[in-house]
Design a protein around this ligand. Sequence first.
Ligand SMILES: C[S@@+](CC[C@H](N)C(=O)[O-])C[C@H]1O[C@@H](n2cnc3c(N)ncnc32)[C@H](O)[C@@H]1O
Length: 217
Amino acid sequence: MELLPTGDGTPTLFHPGYLEAYHPRQGALLQARRLYLEGSRTHLHPAPRVLEVGLGLLVNFRVTLENALARGVPLRYLAVEREPLPASLLAQVRLPLPRAEGVFEEILEAWPAQRFAGPWGELRVVFAGVEEAPLPFHWASAVYLDPFSPRVNPGPWGLPVLKKLRRALRRGGRLVTYSAQGAFRRALKEAGFALHRVRGVGKREWTVGIAVGVPPG
Ligand SMILES: C[S@@+](CC[C@H](N)C(=O)[O-])C[C@H]1O[C@@H](n2cnc3c(N)ncnc32)[C@H](O)[C@@H]1O
């Protein structure tokens, strides 16, 4: 797979199977910061626990880690990834994040592994599809839902997975994603989320779901 530049200078990849890029052309970093980090309020959380569906190039992870390191708070990050990329390819994706890139170097030395830890916190990776992956209950402060789009990859956007993600979230936690698809949003409500539409960058709307009420059985 070949790296392509995005609008903010950070690279992305094009997946030949899904025929979609890993990040929007406007910018991989931009989306990671505005949508995932800030849209989920993780940038304000005193002890964030992030559950990500689709670790990809670890852009969202590194942006989140950079913020946690700058604030001096520990980060716990659990990612579900069905198709991990080789270390040689990941090593070419450098980001202007001085604190997080040091940790990224250490991660690359052992990649792929199920657990990485240090004074900065912990990254655990479940190498499976989210449909099958065991997830913790009532654990996450935020869910970053970032597989490819519902059109080309419907599994992670359907009601069974959304219910699982809702159960993994603590009450008041946020699920954030770039998709604004109608069927997905209806399923999100059914799974026990309050739906918020937020203005996107490079597209009209993003979606934020807030975990309210009792998780579905
Ligand atoms: C858009 S990319 C994610 C980009 C990533 N969040 C980042 O910060 O660089 C989508 C990722 O989701 C993964 N993926 C797709 N379907 C999945 C599924 N059902 N379960 C787990 N991972 C999945 C793909 O392998 C790919 O790495």
